[in-house]
Design a protein around this ligand. Structure first.
Ligand code: PGA
Length: 253
């Protein structure tokens, strides 16, 4: 049985004060939620505050990106080892905003995956198609390329630890959500793709859905057989909304 995992992606939002308040509200509210793995990924400089606030709890903290390099003259970069050293559990990699706004290619993402895995982090690998790609019927081909580019570099065995987040780009921050049937179809497709490499890994790998998940639509999405939780952007910023999404994930188990 795969444990559902719900992770908040704060993107470039939040402050030291809001991080502290959010962590304490979520810890109070998740007391009875041990059926779900819960995490949050704040902007890098807020990680220590989130890690300190959640010390001793089941709440896990992560980064939103890491460098493809280990160390050296790379102004502005943060390595996977440093994220791990300050207490991160996860790192989100290949988010569509990194791909489209910061020019990250599949090859760059695969190299970052190698660093994240070597550092002992759990990578949350984001994949997903644009609206034009979906309308042209290319969503499976796009996602297949994104997934294979990474599996072929890190190896299928690494996916026992990796979380894959299917995030259709047209649903991110737009208020448009994939229907549960559309999301389930793509999750089943990704699981099938991984099964071509290794059926055991495909059965245990956790696949999150992301893209305008809200308290109102979470239960129906998480009830789909191949959806094992969510990567939550906007709705993760308010502790109450995030908590009700976590409760929806707990109720599917
Ligand atoms: P959203 O973002 O929930 O605000 O659509 C999801 C994401 O980008 O991870």
């Amino acid at each position: 049985m795969r444990q559902p995992v719900v992770i908040g992606n704060w993107k470039l939002n939040g402050s030291p004060a809001s991080t502290e308040a959010w962590v304490s509200a979520v810890l109070t509210g998740t007391g009875a939620l041990d059926a779900v793995e819960i995490g949050m990924c704040p902007p890098c400089v807020l990680i220590p505050s989130a890690v300190n606030g959640s010390a001793g709890s089941a709440l896990r903290i992560g980064g939103q990106d890491c460098a493809e390099q280990v160390s050296g003259a790379y102004t502005g970069e943060v390595s996977a080892d440093l994220l791990r050293a300050v207490g991160c559990h996860y790192v989100i990699l290949g988010h569509s905003e990194r791909r489209s706004l910061f020019g990250e290619t599949d090859a760059v993402i695969a190299r970052k995956m190698v660093r994240a895995l070597a550092a002992g982090l759990v990578p949350v690998l984001c994949v997903g198609e644009t609206l034009a790609e979906r309308e042209a019927g290319h969503m499976e081909a796009v996602v297949r390329t994104q997934v294979r580019a990474v599996v072929d570099v890190v190896g299928i065995q690494a996916f026992e630890r990796v979380i894959v987040a299917y995030e259709p780009i047209w649903a991110i921050g737009t208020g448009l959500t994939a229907t549960p049937a559309q999301a389930q179809a793509m999750h089943a497709f990704i699981r099938g793709l991984l099964a071509e490499y290794n059926p055991h890994v495909a059965r245990i790998v956790r696949l999150q859905y992301g893209g305008s998940v809200k308290p109102e639509n979470a239960a129906e999405l998480f009830a789909q057989p191949d959806i094992d939780g969510g990567l939550i952007g906007g709705a993760s910023l308010k502790a109450e909304e995030f908590l009700s999404i976590c409760r929806a994930a707990a109720e599917t188990r």
